[in-house]
Design a protein around this ligand. Structure first.
Ligand code: NAP
Length: 247
């Protein structure tokens, strides 16, 4: 589906980003694998892509810093001459109840999850506007749609990603660039590993499909949105959540 396309996946050293990078490569894309701290993880992802006959580039950078985000897009374009697909996946949580939420925890979650998405989107769209084509996929969360106790910072950032997606979709559509968001529910990664069994049981009772999602199930939708098959879809928020949230 993506033969010859060039993709950048932020936060691709593990979890959902790793699955997305591998799935895009499986569909034929050349993939820039971004990491922040986990160099080993990113190298492993890149090696796996190359082993299967694909092309990969490992790029370090903290998306919350404008210059570093620019460096990721520049490195991708320098290496392959273009950027067709951007997946804004990098994200963190720093949970705490509203009254106990530290200002620095609020700021850092906003800086990575929302501002990081903005930085990469802004830099990549400069290239895509010249190309008159591009697919941008932002990873939001069901928490950005319905909220969650203990996650005011995360919910604000992920709701922000949805607003950012819709506004950018309106601005960039004229040049053939689509911008969509995915709202995963609870997916089996390091991020959800720390949830207690009690919380997991409570969650499961609210999920109609009665299980957590797999990173590959998010990656499948990313591949579709990044392909020509999704050319007429933009500004949308698509849920991969086992039915947890129904509009
Ligand atoms: P994860 O396993 O914790 O992985 C997070 C990834 O983000 C890592 O590759 C990490 O890189 C990278 N990262 C963190 N801060 C970064 C920064 N400042 N700059 C660049 N990369 C950074 O998380 P995940 O569960 O796969 O989540 C991926 C995305 O899906 C996040 O946006 C998350 O909010 C969203 N999401 C997850 C779930 C879920 O249930 N898991 C549900 C809804 C939405 P390093 O390891 O190199 O530091």
């Amino acid at each position: 589906m993506l033969k010859g396309k060039v993709a950048l996946v932020t936060g691709a050293s593990r979890g959902i980003g790793k699955s997305v990078a591998l799935a895009l490569a499986k569909e034929g894309a050349m993939v820039a694998v971004n990491y922040y701290k986990d160099e080993k993880g990113a190298e492993t992802v890149a090696r796996e892509i190359v082993k299967k006959g694909g092309q990969a580039l490992v790029v370090q950078g903290n998306v919350s810093i404008k210059e570093e985000a620019k460096k990721l897009i520049d490195a991708t374009v320098e290496h392959w001459g273009r950027i067709d697909i951007l997946v804004n996946n990098a994200g963190i949580t720093k949970d705490g109840l509203l009254l106990k939420m530290k200002e620095e925890d609020f700021d850092s979650v906003l800086a990575t999850n929302l501002k990081g998405t903005f930085h990469c989107l802004q830099e990549a769209s400069k290239v895509m506007l010249k190309q008159r084509a591009g697919k941008i996929i932002n990873i939001s969360s069901v928490v950005g749609v319905i909220g969650n106790m203990g996650q005011t910072n995360y919910a604000a950032a992920k709701a922000g990603v949805i607003g950012l997606t819709k506004s950018a979709a309106k601005e960039l559509a004229i040049r053939g660039i689509t911008v969509n968001a995915i709202a995963p529910g609870f997916i089996e990664t390091d991020m959800t590993e720390t949830l207690s069994d009690k919380i997991k049981d409570q969650l499961l009772s609210n999920i109609p499909l009665r299980r957590l999602g797999k990173p590959e199930e998010v990656a499948n939708l990313v591949c579709f949105l990044a392909s020509q098959r999704a050319d007429y879809i933009t500004g949308q928020v698509l849920h991969v959540d086992g039915g947890l949230v129904m509009a």
